[in-house]
Design a protein around this ligand. Structure first.
Ligand SMILES: NC(=O)c1ccc[n+]([C@@H]2O[C@H](COP(=O)([O-])OP(=O)(O)OC[C@H]3O[C@@H](n4cnc5c(N)ncnc54)[C@H](OP(=O)(O)O)[C@@H]3O)[C@@H](O)[C@H]2O)c1
Length: 221
């Protein structure tokens, strides 16, 4: 990110998801460099729609230009991504593996690798991060441009903090090896027995004592 807060995002694969990420990125004020498999001239319409923050290039150039690079292509094309310019950069992988589209990729079929692990194998020096693979592109497009700012309550000042708890006095007769709060395991048949009380006996306040029982009325004979 530059001092202006603007990031250049390379996009490898500018279809439904890649194009949507490009649109959201431009709306958030970032620069995008779009690419696809057919060449930059085929992206002219999309670039015109996105405006001056968008340009089109080859996949190699998009990888070079991007501070972070979105990889949004079918998994079967992972091997065609230029690895060198992605070294040391975040590579944001939107990919999902569909054998019907991508063919039979043995490690993915057996579960030996995830599709992101496969991408990481092709891009050994990039930092592969899985993103947006579980959201439909239209839903991604409909997300608010920016999340609302967090409104965490302010940190309380020391004056507002409650006083620290004083430690309970320990009985001098209690063995140091016996935990004071040990609760015996309930015996078979005992249902949720109350744990033995470790609190000192409560002393009732005289004002809250129950009135003394009234003596039985004397029976006159
Ligand atoms: N569509 C969704 O809602 C959605 C949601 C989550 C995840 N995904 C996953 O995200 C990935 C992209 O999906 P999509 O729906 O956006 O696909 P898409 O619309 O078919 O777009 C694929 C893009 O990848 C480009 N491409 C293909 N091979 C390339 C290569 N070797 N180098 C550079 N670009 C290449 C294509 O360029 P050309 O057109 O020039 O061939 C196209 O721009 C897939 O793995 C998909 O499973 C999709």
């Amino acid at each position: 990110m530059t001092t202006t807060g603007r990031t250049t995002i390379g996009i490898i694969g500018s279809g439904m998801i890649g194009g949507t990420v490009a649109r959201l990125s431009v709306a958030a004020g970032h620069q995008v460099v779009l690419s696809n498999s057919r060449g930059p001239e085929t992206l002219a319409e999309l670039v015109a729609e996105l405006g001056p923050l968008a340009t089109a290039a080859t996949a190699e150039q998009a990888a070079e230009a991007g501070e972070l690079v979105v990889v949004s292509i079918p998994v079967k094309a992972f091997g065609e991504i230029p690895a060198k310019p992605l070294a040391g950069k975040p590579a944001l992988d939107t990919g999902n593996y569909y054998p019907q589209r991508d063919g039979n990729i043995a490690e993915l079929q057996t579960g030996a690798l995830t599709s992101s692990a496969l991408l990481q194998r092709y891009l050994p020096d990039a930092h592969v991060v899985k993103v947006f693979n579980n959201i439909f592109f239209r839903h991604l497009d409909a997300l608010p441009a920016r999340p609302a700012p967090m409104t965490a309550p302010p940190c309380p000042s020391p004056a507002m903090m409650p006083p620290p708890r004083r430690p309970r006095p320990r009985s001098s007769t209690r063995s140091a090896t016996t935990p004071s709060t040990a609760v015996p395991w309930p015996t078979a048949g005992a249902r949720n027995p109350a744990p033995p009380s470790t609190a000192p006996p409560t002393v009732r306040s005289p004002t809250r004592q129950a009135p003394p029982p009234t003596p039985p009325a004397s029976v006159s004979t």
